[in-house]
Design a protein around this ligand. Structure first.
Ligand code: BGC
Length: 745
């Protein structure tokens, strides 16, 4: 008998005699065996009831394991910026735990704005460790839905408008999370590009656009990130909900991409038992989650993939082929997470996690405008700074929907500045505008009472008064996490800043020339006053270390190096979706459903701006520094390449300013002649390079035929068409510094 490992099944003690009864370890428990063998063994030991049970939730965020085999339950958590506080078993109400506060990391827009995959890896590792410590098996995130409209209330949870950038940034996050033995659950697959009518919108998009714009980040998450789970989306595509969508889940995800993980439904995104059986859904969550109104004892039995599934098998309509496939995937998830004896234990609220949160924030803050170099704040003599605006004090980790958090602490921009400038500057504050005075989401309270009943005039008057005598005026405005701002389940109503902020900013600009506007948002906003405000900073939602990260950048301790992951347009009509009235869709007669055609096709964001000569307010990839960079001439290592070759571009970049800094060198490819219409240029490579004052580095960026290909929907394949291409290297999508031509033969 080959007994590789033994485990103790019983222990009997008689006097000094200890008898150990040992038996052979079942294959599924033997971690020296390949996972696939263990899966088959576990599957063979499960009865039908147990198999059905693992495919659906047993509480808001938990699904059963296999009790008879000692396979633990699965615990899910939002995601994607920190670990969500515990809710009750059956309700959204807070469970009232006192040990579920977390570190809030910056929103994913900020991570994308860092253009630094190593920062993404740090993010994943740290949030994964927090999830692991809290005993979670699956982190519901990251999100990679493409930024199609600036009205989307959930853009802050995603990684911008460009599929290549989102793909590069999502992969390390997943690796980092999963190193902790916690699965990343990439969401929301697919085409969930805004929130209004998210359960009833049927997206119509051509195959080429689907493959070139909306799928690449998901594909990279699966094939390069090896994501262990993926979340279906609420919306419909080809008239089927994303959570049981034959084409997206069976054909593309599991078929073409070879995904071997678990498809988790979005909460309440499952609508049909037979489609769930046949169309690729593996785990159902959030249907009728109020167990009380459906009968506490059997609420979860009513799930589409519970009793109704059992019944269809009993009636002989379905066998167990589909079920066994789902269970295999779920067991695979168990062996990768809860059943992995070697996974680390995780850690929570560590100094290191706060440092990482701050580092991500500092790397992602974008200096949009800095006329006459008024930033960084000059602190060589005692100064007075007037800080104005609700967003200087408002806690932003509470609100926004499922990504809302309960944080151990959150440093506001005002407190961050006060602490950094203590003894150096006199920092005075005025509210300036009243936006969202509440501070509650889903039972978590910020503890801030921001009620202020003064009129707009009174608020502006007070702000103007303190601004007059200040050396600097720093306005913290933008959006917040309340409904119709940056918030799940609703979209913004316009591109404009809300709460009369434009009036406030214009009034301040009239009395003080040293005006800095810091925009806190996950979305572009219109800036009609842009010519009157010398410095503009995009500071996203930065989480626990918001105040310290912002203070470091404003005071010049850190040189800003973030670049926009989406175009900031000056008008809503400059976004294709709005110009073409392709948002939010057209209601079908006598039906709750809407049809929405992505009629702009592949021309999203800068691709649209290039094609229609729209001048962005701030371009995709734009971001300034406190130093300056000079680009040399880009060269290619070959003039002609074949489809199996790689091509390396190299360019010298020199820091020509007075301090160390980082530049994101961006490579765009332009196809000079093609059988299908192509964007003027597309991002296909980038490299963030750190340079000391006066230093020159040679930056190399390598591409292969993937960077030259388009998706031909007639042939259903990626094609690299022979011809002349141009490699454009620059500092943003509209600031190309140098280019070189090459030919694909
Ligand atoms: C959201 C998901 C989230 C889930 C669980 C849904 O409403 O769309 O992103 O993970 O709720 O909270």
């Amino acid at each position: 008998m080959s007994i590789k490992r033994l485990f103790v099944s019983g222990m009997f003690m008689t006097g000094a005699l200890i008898a150990l009864q040992a038996r052979e370890l079942p294959v599924y428990l033997d971690d020296s065996k390949p996972i696939e063998e263990r899966i088959e063994d576990a599957l063979s030991r499960m009865n039908l009831k147990e198999k059905i049970a693992v495919t659906h939730a047993q509480s808001k965020f938990c699904s059963p394991g296999v009790a008879s085999l000692g396979i633990p339950e699965f615990w899910m958590t939002d995601g994607p910026h920190g670990i969500r506080p515990e809710v009750k078993w059956d309700e959204w109400d807070q469970a009232g735990w006192t040990n579920d506060s977390c570190v809030a990391f910056p929103a994913l827009t900020c991570l994308a704005a860092s253009w630094d995959p190593s920062v993404s890896m740090l993010y994943g590792k740290a949030i994964g460790a927090e999830a692991r410590y809290r005993n979670k098996s699956v982190l519901l995130g990251p999100g990679v839905n493409i930024y199609r409209t600036p009205l989307n209330g959930r853009n802050f949870e995603y990684m911008g408008e460009d599929p290549y950038l989102a793909a590069q940034m999502v992969v390390p996050y997943i690796h980092g999370v999963q190193q902790n033995g916690v699965a990343a659950c990439v969401k929301h697959y697919a085409l969930n590009n805004h929130e209004v009518n998210r359960h009833t919108t049927n997206v119509i998009v051509d195959d080429r656009t689907l493959h070139e714009i909306y799928l690449p980040a998901f594909k990279a998450a699966v094939q390069e990130g090896n994501a262990w789970s993926i979340m279906g989306s609420y919306n419909l595509y080809k008239d089927q909900q994303g959570c049981h969508n034959e084409y997206l889940l069976n054909d593309i995800l599991k078929g073409d991409w070879g995904f071997d993980g678990v498809v988790v439904s979005d909460w309440g995104g499952t609508h049909d038992t037979e489609q769930s059986i046949t169309n690729g859904l593996d785990m159902e969550f959030g249907s009728w989650t109020n167990g009380l109104s459906n009968g506490a004892s059997n609420a979860y039995d009513n799930y589409y993939m519970a009793q109704p599934y059992f019944k269809l098998i009993e009636e002989g309509k379905y066998g167990t082929k589909e079920l066994d496939d789902k269970v295999r995937r779920i067991l695979r998830l168990a062996f990768r997470t809860t059943m992995d004896r070697n996974r680390p234990f995780g850690a929570m609220l560590t100094r290191e996690h706060y440092d990482i949160a701050r580092k991500i924030g500092e790397a992602g803050i974008v200096l949009l405008q800095n006329t006459n170099n008024i930033l960084p704040i000059k602190i060589d003599k005692p100064i007075k700074i007037a800080v104005i605006g609700e967003n200087a004090v408002k806690m932003m980790t509470v609100g926004g929907g499922s990504s809302s958090l309960k944080v151990q602490r959150e440093l506001s921009p005002l407190d961050g500045l006060r602490s950094r400038l203590s003894g150096i500057a006199d920092v005075v504050y005025a509210r300036g505008y009243v936006g969202d005075a509440s501070g509650e989401y889903n039972g978590v309270v910020s503890g801030q009472d921001l009620t202020d009943n003064r009129s707009t005039e009174e608020l502006i008057e007070e702000a103007v008064e303190i601004a007059k005598s200040a050396d600097y005026v720093i306005v913290f405005g933008g959006l917040n996490k309340s409904a119709n701002q940056d918030c799940e389940d609703s979209d913004r109503e316009s591109l404009a800043l809300p709460y009369a902020q434009d009036r406030l900013i214009t009034s301040l600009a009239a009395v003080n020339k040293n005006l800095v506007y810091v925009n806190i948002s996950g979305n572009a906003v219109a800036m009609p006053w842009i010519k009157d405000v010398p410095a503009v900073v995009q500071a996203w939602y930065l989480g626990s270390e918001s105040g310290s990260a912002i203070a470091s950048v404003l005071c010049g301790d850190v040189n800003p190096s973030g670049k926009l992951p989406m175009s900031f347009m000056s008008e809503l009509d400059h976004y294709a979706a709005h110009k073409l009235c392709a948002y939010p869709g057209v209601k079908r007669d006598n039906s709750k459903f809407l049809d929405l055609e992505y009629s702009e096709g592949i021309f999203v964001g800068y691709r649209w701006a290039d094609k229609h000569k729209v001048k962005p307010l701030f371009s995709f990839g734009h971001g300034l520094s406190y130093t300056t960079f000079k680009y040399g001439k880009v060269t290619a290592d070959k003039k002609y390449i074949g489809t199996d070759d790689t091509l390396t571009f190299s360019v010298d970049v020199t820091n020509t300013g007075e301090r160390a800094g980082a530049e994101v060198v961006q490579l765009y490819i332009s196809d000079k002649k093609s059988s299908l219409a192509r964007p003027e240029k597309e991002l296909k490579g980038f490299c963030k390079v750190f340079l000391e004052k006066g230093e020159t580095k040679n930056v190399k960026i390598k591409i292969d035929k993937d960077a030259l290909s388009f998706y031909d929907d007639k042939r259903s394949q990626w094609i690299a068409e022979a011809g002349i291409f141009e490699a454009l290297v620059g500092s943003s999508s509209t600031d190309i510094k140098t280019k070189v031509t090459f030919e694909l033969r």
